[in-house]
Design a protein around this ligand. Structure first.
Ligand code: M6R
Length: 608
């Protein structure tokens, strides 16, 4: 959620660190700060608000240095203000700490430190780390960090500087992502590769319980008993332009428009159309294990949870394996039935969502095999799962997930093909699915080419205060996703419902001020949806319908229509989601909102 970047080398670090923060702004963004070693000691600047405010603070009171750490904050303990912004310091201002995560026992630690004379200035949990390190410091920073972390319960990704042990950055991780960027005569630490991609592509991912010491000329990694850990170096193959807007007003619009390509990337080399089959090299499950599965549990949060619901329908219909979908945040706190024949599919764009990660660990602990459907290469879920299907959708920067959603549905379709063809699915059925998948990129493009039609609809509804999204079968999760997209970026209240459930309560809300979006392509439940449209129309509701052909039964019953191409039922969500993404985008943009960084939200939710 928050972002960390640190640098040690021969360059002036201020601009480099601030630029790194800008690339992390999408993760969390209510305040920011930077600390530098200026040759005499530590100097810090902080500001509430966007990175631009921090830049102003630095411009009016410049700082210089070649070693530094910086942070963007998403408030957990204490409101967003300059004082609570990171970095945090010890009493003497000789230690500087940036931290992602939550120190759960910060209350008792703070009380203990206060009793021994430590003076706190912020309301944050993080500040206890600076004071703990101060209390343990005896000339060597890494020793003090190890001693301090031994007292800490909770999660952390930290980077620490000390004016009394000045030529190093110490970083440590438990539960919050952190990586080292390797340069020549310089090194970096960051919570996200985007922060340092302009400078290096060689990275080392830290694992939980590891600490790194960075100097100009090298780095070392050890565990928290200071035993050396040998780490592999990974190479990042993204390009910088993938994390830039490329001429679009917002990342969200760019990412919506990329979908013909991103789903192609998800399918590339995996779809064997002629044989109606999929090749998934990373499953790490034998043919026999796949055939013997007795159930699949899919767990995820938010948009990824919506794609999980679509996966459940696909897998049960076409692969005939019992499948349950669980909110990751609920799964870990109940007593689910998991056997050694359970496959737990874990879906996460970021691969860092705390609840999803914890659910995966719980499923593993109970004996399930885990399979990660993850976009972010090298993320924690991707490294801890037993097998995986990378989405290959490229970096998703907009907080509202768009291209990751369609790639998740494609990855689930590939998995369905694989599992189905090992069971009852005939080659003909498999080929039909594969051919329909192959047609999707061009079909999505044909929708995107008509984006202005959605913009016109958005114009008519940008002042609405409530929305209802209704769909049935495969399109019920699409209704949920459409409503989530709208509410998170436009702040308009929106609900998704199974269309037929409407008459059990929400129908009371229908009047001329309630736009109702029906996801009604011509599928096996279309006629049923028509009855629901009639029920809304009879009560004066305004209907926006996503259809796939001219429907005489809808004549006179819909106010606005957007046509999508026809496909097989299980793939309708991929096409139907696109106009809903555009609708949310255009409404939010017309309301003048910060589409890519909606209030209160962060791209990657790394706290429970
Ligand atoms: O990175 P993940 O897929 O695990 O993230 C899960 C949710 O936090 C995420 O999908 C969230 O709901 C998005 N903001 C939705 O657009």
């Amino acid at each position: 959620m928050c972002g960390i970047v640190g640098y040690i080398g021969e360059k002036q670090a201020t601009t480099l660190l601030v630029d790194g923060l800008k690339r992390l702004e999408y993760r969390g963004y209510d305040s920011a700060g930077v600390s530098l070693m200026n040759g005499n000691g530590l100097e810090t600047r902080k500001a509430k608000g966007k990175i631009a405010m921090l830049e102003q603070a630095i411009a009016s009171d410049p700082i210089k240095g070649k070693i530094g750490i910086a942070h963007t904050r998403w408030a957990t303990h204490g409101p967003p203000n300059e004082c609570n912004a990171h970095p945090h310091h010890d009493c003497k201002g000789k230690i500087s700490v940036v931290h992602n995560g939550i120190i759960e026992n910060y209350g008792p630690l703070r009380a203990m430190l206060q009793k021994t004379g430590h003076v706190f200035v912020s309301e944050t949990d993080t500040e206890v780390l600076a004071h703990l390190i101060e209390a343990a410091f005896d000339g060597n920073l890494e020793d003090a960090v190890v001693d301090a972390l031994a007292l800490v319960e909770g999660t952390y990704g930290i980077a620490v500087l000390s004016a009394d042990d000045p030529d190093k950055i110490v970083a440590a991780r438990k539960g919050s992502p952190l990586l080292i960027g390797i340069g020549e005569g310089e090194n970096y630490v960051a919570s996200d590769v985007a922060a340092i991609l302009a400078h290096t592509r060689e990275v080392v991912y830290l694992d939980d319980g590891e600490m790194a010491v960075l100097t100009r000329d090298g780095y070392s990694v050890c565990d928290l008993y200071q035993q050396t850990v040998k780490k592999g170096v990974s190479r990042i193959d993204w390009d910088l332009d993938q994390i830039e807007k490329g001429g679009f007003d917002h990342f969200m619009l760019k990412e919506i428009m990329e979908q013909p390509q991103t789903i192609t990337n998800t399918m590339r080399g995996r779809l064997v159309t002629e044989e109606g089959f999929s090749k998934l090299g990373g499953l790490n499950l034998s043919m026999e294990e796949l055939q013997n599965l007795d159930q699949i549990i899919i767990t995820a949060c938010g948009t990824s949870w919506h794609s999980a619901l679509i996966g459940e329908l696909m897998i049960e219909e076409h692969a005939r394996i019992r499948c349950e979908v669980e909110y990751a945040s609920e799964f870990r706190y109940r007593n689910p039935i998991v056997t050694d024949k359970t496959l737990c599919v874990v879906i996460s764009q970021s691969g860092e969502t705390a609840d999803t990660l914890a659910a995966m660990r719980e499923a593993k602990r109970r004996g399930a095999r885990t399979l990660g459907l993850v976009n972010q290469v090298g993320s924690t879920i991707a490294r801890e799962d037993d097998g995986g299907i990378y989405l290959h959708a490229g970096p998703e920067i907009g907080v509202a997930s768009t291209k990751a959603f369609t790639s998740q549905v494609i990855a689930l379709a590939l998995l369905t093909l694989k599992l189905g063809r090992l069971r009852n699915m005939s080659v003909v059925q498999g080929r039909d699915i594969a051919q329909a998948m192959e047609a999707l990129p061009a079909q999505i493009q044909s929708i995107l080419d008509r984006a202005s039609e959605v913009e016109t609809i958005a114009e008519a509804f940008s002042d609405a205060t409530n929305f209802l999204y209704l769909g049935r079968g495969y399109n019920f999760p699409v209704a949920l996703e459409g409503a989530l997209k709208l509410k998170e970026i436009s702040y308009i209240h929106a609900e998704g419902y199974p269309a037929a459930e409407m008459k059990h309560g929400p129908i009371a809300l229908i009047d001329a001020d309630m736009p109702v979006v029906f996801i009604a392509p011509h599928d096996s439940v279309f006629e049923k949806v028509v009855s629901n449209v009639q029920e809304v129309k009879a009560r004066g509701g305004r209907v926006i319908a996503i259809t796939s052909r001219e429907e005489p039964s809808l004549a006179g019953k819909i106010d606005y229509e957007f046509r999508i191409p026809e496909t097989i039922d299980m793939l309708n969500p991929v096409l139907a989601a696109i106009p809903l993404q555009l609708l949310a985008y255009y409404i939010a943009a017309k309301r003048g909102l910060n589409v890519d960084q909606p209030r209160n939200l962060a791209k990657s939710v790394t706290v429970e």
